[in-house]
Design a protein around this ligand. Structure first.
Ligand code: ATP
Ligand code: MG
Length: 433
């Protein structure tokens, strides 16, 4: 992309409600903009990042044998009456009426609709297991929408639902999905923990959350310093205590000791996390309520054993930045960067600089490198600040040193600048990326 043609409205202005770095930098870097409370538009750069994350999620799920579908975002209220959730969802579920006064909801999640989809289509134990997922819009009228993409009202979620003939098979799928989620978050370059979560009536390991570790995280976790044990404090304390801990900053939590040791003998410590994924053993809660049965080996009707699997896809965009930034802006991970290389011509009136920039740009494009060519008529310092804010992993600076046959390669993460002979620049970039 030529920067002179890009719709990439960066700004110095910090939105008044933006307290977190991810919120500030995503707006300032021209990735997103706010449309209303808890409502965000994705601009070209933000859209590229969102699609990259979506693609990784999809690839890993498809590899794991999951089937992608796309359900209607608007669902009839009658579906929610059947499960009793039209009552229990409360105000988070936004209800609307059509011209005939029929009631609908903007889907906050899709258990009921997925059960309805499978009901009478999967009829025998021979057709099981089945794992269906979608990556689409959700709406929750959150009591406190905040932190930009981290807690929006409209957001992009991957929600998956699996159907089984037995509890054992459901637990097998649950464990397999835990591994699949680990692959997804590892590929995204995130530092994350899997923790035990509140599973209500199910108990045991029936519910696990995946948290990106970040000091600004809304959730408080207890994790082992040595082994991979971790738990959301919701599983250990009552609601009042949980609220009290969640109010504390990460620094305040560091001062506190945890009385109990991990079962491995090592020390337990507090961490703050952003919940980016949640997997849950549902049992027959929804299949029984919606009378969704299959016939078992003896021809007897039984409700499906179910599990559910969620990922906050748009929340992940912000989580990457919450974990990877500095005072100047975003530092994208390899798999999430909107463009890998930024070619910056310091003075576009200098013919030699422009010619080299153009040549390198076309050559990298030819190799399918995701490359931005900053060909704007702006001051060097201005363009450099912009590149810092956006967070391109590498910027090739074609400037004054060109007369000596040299260009610079700047690494956003390490802030190192190395000089490279113009003849070697192409192979240097291919080696770096
Ligand atoms: P939270 O405790 O953060 O409200 P939740 O328990 O309500 O999350 P789930 O119903 O399990 O979330 O939804 C699956 C995933 O969707 C979550 O793990 C999270 O990553 C994402 N998610 C939930 N609510 C929001 C929101 N308001 N904005 C963005 N992402 C969200
Ligand atoms: Mg919630």
């Amino acid at each position: 992309m030529r920067r002179s043609r890009a719709f990439l409205p960066t700004t110095k202005e910090v939105p008044s409600d933006a307290t977190l770095p991810s919120h500030q930098f995503l707006v300032r870097g021209g990735f997103i903009n706010q449309q209303g409370v808890g409502l965000y538009n994705f601009l070209p750069l933000g859209k590229i990042v969102l699609e990259k994350i979506r693609t990784i999620v999809k690839e890993e799920l498809d590899n794991a044998g999951c089937n992608e579908v796309q359900l209607s975002f608007v669902t009839p209220i009658s579906l929610w009456d059947k499960s009793g959730r039209s009552e229990t969802m409360g105000k988070e579920m936004l209800r609307i009426q059509d011209r005939h006064q029929n009631s609908f909801v903007l889907s906050p999640t899709n258990e009921e609709a997925m059960v309805e989809l499978v009901k009478n289509r999967v009829t025998s134990y021979k057709d099981l297991p089945v794992n269906l997922y979608q990556i689409n819009t959700k709406f929750r009228d959150e009591a406190r929408p905040r932190y930009g993409l981290l807690r929006g009202r409209e957001f992009l979620m991957k929600d998956g639902y699996s159907f089984h003939a037995s509890t054992e098979d459901m637990v097998r799928e649950f464990d397999m999905m835990e591994e699949t989620y680990k692959k997804i978050f590892t590929r995204l370059g995130l530092d994350f923990r899997v923790v035990q979560a509140d599973s209500g009536a199910i108990g045991g390991d029936g519910s696990k959350e995946f948290h990106v570790l970040a000091n600004s995280g809304e959730d408080t976790l207890v994790v082992c310093e040595s082994c991979d044990y971790g738990a959301n404090i919701e599983t250990i304390f009552d609601e009042e205590q949980v609220d009290a801990y969640n109010e504390k900053s990460y620094e305040e939590l560091l001062e506190l000791n945890i009385d109990r040791k991990c079962s491995c003998g090592a020390t337990l410590i507090f961490k703050k996390g952003i919940e980016v994924g949640h997997i849950f053993q549902l049992g027959t809660r929804y299949s029984a309520a919606l009378e969704a049965n299959f016939s078992d080996e003896n021809g007897k009707p039984k409700p499906f054993e179910m599990a559910t699997f969620g990922i906050g896809v748009s929340r992940l965009v912000a989580s990457v930045i919450e974990q990877n930034h500095d005072e100047n802006g975003c530092i994208w991970t390899k798999e999430t960067a909107p463009y890998t290389v930024n070619i910056m011509v310091s003075n576009i009136k200098d013919e030699a600089q422009m010619t080299l920039g153009e040549e390198l740009y076309l050559k990298l494009l030819g190799e399918d490198v995701e490359v931005m060519f900053d060909d704007r008529k702006e001051r060097f310092g201005f363009k450099m600040k912009d590149a810092e804010l956006i967070g391109f992993p590498y910027t090739v600076i074609i400037g004054k040193e060109l007369v000596n046959g040299l260009v610079q390669v700047y690494d956003r993460k390490t802030k190192e600048k190395i000089s490279v002979n113009t003849g070697d620049i192409y192979s240097k970039i291919m080696e770096l990326i």
